[in-house]
Design a protein around this ligand. Structure first.
Ligand SMILES: [Zn+2]
Length: 532
């Protein structure tokens, strides 16, 4: 059921007698929103170029070098002032335009997924480069969406001589939850009045209150032992790998005694060099996820105890415990979510054509999912109760830390195919096709209209702050999950990217030669290989 549309707080200054939530749209804002939609349609070519370009870079977290260079270049060409290397993270940046209040920030992630290399527009497993990373999550689309929205609003603000500052920023290494808590700590959001985030999805998903996501701490446990000839003198060796395996085993026993909502998983990042040398070093990387600060902190403390015990039992040493990432469970701001949802209903879903639907259904059949195609309606605004029902636990997003420091909402926008597994090559198929391009244009309209709402209605900004102070943070106060001594893991993925970058460079999109990336790759859209 579609809830009645509330154009929240519109024109509350001009018509102060209207009841909250019943304001009728300000004709000036309404006219400017129509103008925004037209202006953004006219930027569809730029949207496609940016989405395709970032897709072709396919960079992993902390190594988004080309991506950040390209996106900040576009922003600088358009009059934004860019600060690079923010919070000690080389690929993080902040771009600002305008002056004075309010300061509204637009953020979105930029990193890719390991081994997700896949030809876009092809409904079957066809790698571009064996083993290479790619945008198997769709993080190539969000900052382009924000740029389109920002440029359109900037034009209107310039002409109408509106005060206000637009700030853009990237989610670096979101897959490792590796940057946003550090951006918060560095004071990036100190003067920001509201933050609009954007994340790829298969529909317009807008909600307020606690998200159905989990808080997270991610850490690498490093053990040291003593090497020896594994056959000639094994009694002289102390295996760090034994400690790692002991820790993993103990964690599996412990798992039985944890609350059901937890999620925890690990990979062994260092298992030694070769079998005939007793491993003198070994390392295991855990993600710990729980609902809140206290529970996830308890999990991490339990893990440290288990790690110490694992070392003791193997006569090795627990060398270091390095925090790689952390994330609070996101909480979205109700007044802003209501305004944003009103804008999503106004914009509506993209006009998918037969090719888009054929592509989507082929991908869904390939994955043995219902071939319902692309979604065509905007769902109602999601309440916290529905979010809680929807899931007993799921992923995490370090946007959570931002949402507990500044009133924020994430705009989920329809640029991918329903039914994909996430963090997978199949999620890359749509991300340089008209499905992604159209979703970004529609999403940019919603983002731009919400940005304009915040710029033109001090009442909305005040309501957002009041919700933040009097509801969201009334009893729960933000404390970083990481220690003051923890630093961004800027070395992450450096080796992996170095291995593939030269080969990937050959496939970077060249918009001066090709209308689209699909054209550059010689791919007919949609390509549906016979099911094997
Ligand atoms: Zn993501």
């Amino acid at each position: 059921m579609r809830a009645s549309i509330r154009l929240f707080a519109a024109c509350s200054l001009a018509v102060p007698t209207l009841l909250a939530g019943q304001a009728k749209p300000d004709p000036r804002i309404d006219r400017l929103k129509s103008e925004l939609a037209t202006a953004i349609d006219a930027k569809a070519k730029l949207a496609q170029q940016m989405v395709d370009q970032v897709f072709s870079f396919g960079e992993l977290g902390m190594q988004e070098v080309e991506t950040s260079k390209y996106l900040t270049g576009i922003l600088e060409q358009n009059g934004f002032k860019v600060e690079r290397g923010v919070a000690g993270i080389p690929t993080a940046w902040v771009a600002k335009w305008g002056s004075g209040s309010p300061v509204i920030s637009l953020g979105s992630d930029i990193d890719g997924i390991p081994q997700a290399s896949q030809k876009p527009g092809v409904a079957g497993r066809q790698r571009m480069i064996n083993g290479a990373p790619a945008h198997g999550e769709g993080h190539n689309s969000g900052v382009p969406l924000n740029i389109i929205a920002a440029l359109a609003v900037k034009d209107i603000m310039t002409r109408e001589k509106m005060p206000g500052t637009i700030m853009l920023w990237p989610g670096v290494a979101e897959e490792q939850l590796g940057s946003k808590a550090f951006l918060v700590r560095a004071g990036v959001f100190k003067d920001v009045d509201a933050n609009l985030f954007a994340h790829v999805s298969d529909e317009f998903g807008i909600s307020y209150g606690d998200e159905s996501a989990l808080s997270l701490i991610s850490a690498i446990f490093k053990f040291t032992g003593q090497s020896a000839h594994a056959a000639g003198a094994p009694w002289r060796g102390k295996s760090a790998l034994d400690a790692v395996m002991n820790m993993a085993n103990a964690w599996e026993y412990h798992r039985e005694h944890m609350e059901l909502a937890q999620r925890s998983h690990y990979v062994i990042t260092d298992g030694g060099d070769q079998p005939n040398v007793v491993p003198s070093t070994a390392a295991i990387w855990f993600y710990f996820r729980e609902r809140d600060y206290d529970r996830v902190t308890k999990m991490f403390e339990d893990a440290k105890q288990i790690a110490r015990a694992a070392a003791q039992a193997t006569f090795t040493t627990l060398d270091t415990v390095q925090v790689i990432g952390s994330a609070w469970r996101p909480h979205f701001n109700k007044p802003i979510a209501e305004a944003m949802h009103g804008n999503a209903v106004r914009v509506g879903m993209p006009k998918w054509d037969d090719k888009d639907q054929t592509m989507a259904k082929a991908v869904q059949r390939m994955m043995s999912q219902p071939d319902s195609g692309l979604k065509t309606t905007v769902p109602p605004l999601r309440t916290p109760e529905e979010a809680a029902k929807a899931s007993t636990g799921t992923g995490s997003d370090d946007i959570g830390d931002v949402t507990w420091n500044v009133p924020s909402v994430t705009l989920y926008y329809p640029s991918n195919i329903p039914g994909t597994p996430g963090h997978n090559w199949a999620d890359a198929i749509a991300m340089a096709t008209p499905i992604a391009h159209k979703g970004v244009v529609a999403g940019a309209k919603v983002q731009a209209m919400t940005l304009l709402d915040l710029m033109m209605q001090p009442r909305l900004v005040a309501d957002a702050k009041s919700y933040f102070t009097n509801v969201q943070t009334k009893t729960v106060k933000y404390r970083p999950l990481m220690a003051p001594s923890d630093q961004p893991a800027i070395w992450l993925n450096a080796e992996k990217m170095a291995r593939y970058r030269d080969e990937m460079r050959k496939y970077y999109y060249d918009p001066t030669k090709y209308a689209t990336y699909l054209e550059q790759l010689g791919i007919t859209y949609p390509t549906i290989p016979p099911v094997p």
